[in-house]
Write a protein that binds this ligand. Structure first.
Ligand SMILES: *[C@@H]1O[C@H](CO)[C@@H](O)[C@H](O)[C@H]1NC(C)=O
Ligand SMILES: *[C@@H]1O[C@H](CO)[C@@H](O)[C@H](O)[C@H]1NC(C)=O
Ligand SMILES: *[C@@H]1O[C@H](CO)[C@@H](O)[C@H](O)[C@H]1NC(C)=O
Length: 455
């Protein structure tokens, strides 16, 4: 008898030492009770005519990439959906006061609400649980990193705004079975920027949302659309693209102050053009690529290049004209002499030739002046004065011819100076014209960009 009692007490002692099995825990019991007869393939309503309303909420966390070529935008969002599951209801008092419990999301019914703009499901981490409370409210929270199709308008780059929509809908169920609604108020969602990573390239303006139903094949489908309005921060591009460009244009403008006849101006302009080409080639990757419409910045670069070419062409023209003159002046003075001789003799000359003579006379009046005091007269007077020895005569002759040559050169250089002055005048005129074109261009561009970024 005592032996039996001993064995009994020993076994009781043993039982005390063995820990309570997890099967008996309240959490375990509740989960088993809830899922015992649960069929995850059936919409959780008692009466099939009642609708399951899914409340959805969205928080934009960041805009990772905006790709103009594929017309897509990569975003990271926190998505929340809440609905009522009529079969997941319990009395907390029966289960140790448990009010909320997490269940495997594979074990229960989940609505098929998706974003219709999905291009590819990004690298969203899988969340295997949902949270259920005792009145059957199921909370399904998950982060989504998604690539969305979005019609991107790159025309005003880098001062652009984008409007990308996320449309949530049940892909299969009509509004009679699954209806959608916003969890928070539309205003609260629109102005919620707490979680948005605001240090990136994009600034979140707001997320307006709207609900509507679409009729397809006599069935209504519920939609909720969030329009993500973002604006690009242009500073990076202004510093990296626009300012260097503007600097090069300014240097080009300043190069007009290089002396016209030094010959360095064209070399200088060509090096600017070369520098600009290299700069452009380096930046082709940074520019957005769109098939439909060239961004304004592409036009800006092309026009800058065209202006540089124009300024180079203008300089070449003026320099060409300047060098043209040196040869021409001589030829023209010769023809002027001929004209002086034969013009009085009554030979017929066309009017155009006459006008050309007039302009020539205007160009080098000093040369004419020098010719009046021709050195031959001096030589004659010297000859009259005395009969010098032949050696001295020869020397005098040499001196006279030297003086004649010198005076002729003087006349030529004076003519050249005049010509240079004329060319400079032309240069200044063209410069002013160029500045005008530049100003009109800059004004137009600024206006276009301003109208795009502040509309
Ligand atoms: C389901 O609900 C509808 C209206 O809400 C009601 O007319 C119908 O009798 C209900 N069916 C059942 C089986 O309770
Ligand atoms: C369950 O959650 C829903 C939504 O969050 C809430 O309205 C309801 O009061 C909760 N029920 C209990 C019993 O806490
Ligand atoms: C954004 O686009 C949607 C349609 O795609 C349009 O309804 C909405 O008005 C647009 N929002 C703005 C601010 O342009």
């Amino acid at each position: 008898m005592s032996l039996i009692w001993l064995i009994l007490s020993f076994s009781a002692h043993l039982a005390e030492c063995v820990p309570e099995k997890p099967k008996r825990s309240a959490l375990n019991q509740l989960t088993r009770t809830l899922l015992r007869k649960y069929d995850c393939g059936v919409r959780p309503v008692h009466n099939w005519t009642s609708t399951t309303t899914v409340y959805i909420d969205l928080i934009l966390q960041s805009v990772l990439d905006v790709d103009g070529k594929t017309q897509s935008i990569t975003t990271s969002i926190w998505y929340r959906q809440v609905w009522t599951d009529e079969f997941l209801v319990w009395d907390p008092d029966e289960f140790d006061g448990i009010n909320e419990i997490s269940l495997s999301s594979d074990a229960i019914w989940i609505p098929d609400v998706i974003v219709s703009e999905f291009v590819e499901e990004g690298k969203s981490p899988p969340i295997p649980y949902v949270y259920v409370n005792s009145s059957g409210s199921v909370k399904n929270y998950r982060p989504i990193q998604a690539v969305l199709a979005c019609s991107l308008e790159m025309y005003a780059f880098p001062f652009d705004k984008q409007n990308c929509s996320l449309t949530f809908r049940s892909w299969l169920h009509s509004v009679k079975e699954i209806d959608l609604a916003l969890w928070r108020s539309a205003e609260a969602i629109a102005s919620d920027k707490r979680e948005f990573m605001n240090d990136g390239e994009w600034e979140l303006l707001s997320i307006p949302s709207q609900y509507w139903q679409i009729r397809q094949d006599d069935t209504d489908y519920a939609h909720i659309q969030f329009n993500v309005l973002i604006r690009r921060r242009p500073l990076l591009y202004v510093v990296g693209l626009l300012i260097p460009s503007i600097f090069l244009m300014l240097v080009d403008v300043i190069s007009f102050y290089l002396p016209l006849n030094s010959g360095t101006r064209i070399a200088f302009k060509i090096s600017i053009l070369l520098g600009y080409t290299v700069f452009r080639v380096n930046l082709t990757d940074e520019l957005p690529v769109t098939a439909v419409r060239t961004p304004l910045i592409g036009v800006f670069f092309a026009v800058c290049m065209a202006l540089l070419m124009l300024s180079l062409t203008k300089s070449i023209l003026v320099v060409k004209l300047l060098h043209h003159s040196e040869k021409e002046v001589k030829q023209m003075s010769v023809s002027a002499c001929l004209l002086d001789k034969y013009g009085s003799a009554g030979h017929g000359f066309t009017e155009s030739v006459l006008t050309s003579i007039k302009t020539l006379d205007h160009i080098h009046p000093s040369a004419d002046y020098e010719l009046e005091h021709s050195p031959e007269e001096d030589l004659l007077s010297l000859n009259e004065l005395q009969d010098a020895p032949s050696g001295l005569e020869w020397l005098l002759g040499e001196l006279a011819s030297l003086r004649q040559a010198l005076s002729q050169e003087d006349g030529e250089s004076a003519a050249q100076a005049e010509w240079l002055a004329l060319c400079s005048k032309l240069d200044r005129l063209l410069f002013r014209l160029y500045l005008l074109v530049l100003a009109v261009y800059a004004g137009t561009l600024l206006l276009l960009w301003a109208s795009w970024s502040f509309n």
